[in-house]
Write a protein that binds this ligand. Sequence first.
Ligand code: TRP
Length: 452
Amino acid sequence: MTSRTTNRDAFASTLGAFAATLGSAVGLGNIWKFPYLTGSNGGAAFVLAYLLAVALVGLPVMVVEHAIGRRMRLDAVRAYEKVIPGQRRWAIIGWAGMASALLIMAFYTDVAGWVFAYVFKSIAAAATGAPLTPETFGALAGGTWEPLGWQVAVLVLTCGIIAAGVSKGIEKVTKTLMPLLLVLLVICDVRALTLPGAARGVAYLFQPDLGKITGTVLLSALGLAFFKLSLGMGTMTTYGSYLPAETRIVPNAARVALADTLVSLLAGLAIFPTVFALGGTPAGGPGLLFNTIPLVFAKMPFGGLFTALFFVLAAIATIGAMVSLIEVPVAFLVEKGHVRRPAAAVITGAIMLALGVLATLSQGSVLSGVKLFGKSFFDLFDFLSSNVLLPVGGLAIAVVGGWLLSKDDFLAEVGRAPKAWYGPVVRHVVRYLAPVAILLILLSGLGVIRLG
Ligand code: TRP
């Protein structure tokens, strides 16, 4: 049997690679998780910590993942197994990444299911004139069969796209629809920012009270940076393996990080001014998005239609992100296990569903009383992936890329001075700043040490 690595799928162009990478980054993290974490961590101080985490840790880790992926042109497990000759132990990054993908998908498909349900609920609301209220959301998220049904639908859809192949499946969908989401977010922003009292929401986002920065806040911000940019578990390594040889890794990663952060801030600018103007509470928890967006649109003509459109686009962005999560175990099963792509998609989907049921039923239904380490399954999967596995994975990736990969091999992918002046700079950040920051934040966020 010939090696499958010789005829691997790949992104067709640099623009395609940018769009697909952004398609993985943009998702529920921007419109659901960023606002909800900002609200429950006190606002602008969290936003500031998050922006720093993206620039100083997220960006360099993305560069390393893309570099290692493109250098090896293999699935994540084998890329890390072979990238440092004689040190097969780093395959653990790929294995841990697979565990993260499964944990993330367990709660991600639950939330994605809420988004899909809201597409239909908002259309029904527009038709009947009965508004979407916090009770609508509570009944959905806290239910049993309704959220489970949506979760299954979401998984079937995503696995179908994955079974169809990398460039065809991922690139097309994300490339065409991303700009539309942006336009709709801007419309939301204009409406939200012109509500009386909106200024308090803007201040909440951008006037930091530095006293609010604690170890826990820093760890949440760091975890969000990893989660947002799909880092620390091999997704971006796998995507790196599809990058064209001529794509310049640092500018591409910088554009992705910038665009992704912009989408998050636009979402925040739609949500917080509305929350303050209409008397909601910023610490609204996971329901924040679902309870706020219908209110923004209720204040404008054709609001019902816009609400429906918003959730349609959110659903599409969600698919792009989920596709990239499922891609990690699927690429591995296909290339290492020699399983056919559709079969790999089914196997992966089934495991995700098994974990997903636990997460979904812990949100108010039959498993809501079950707590592990004081957390529901939903919160535990979220915490373990974003605040433990992804940062630890990112730390290992920075060590492999910065310390074990030779300078020459690193710069061969990332670029050399003088043409790529930033190559050596990025390498220093990868060697010193990123790993030290991750380590300190992890230890303080988990309560092992106290910062300040
Ligand atoms: N970045 C996506 C979001 O913000 C989620 C995501 C997709 C992800 N692929 C990932 C997170 C890989 C961590 C790792 O919604």
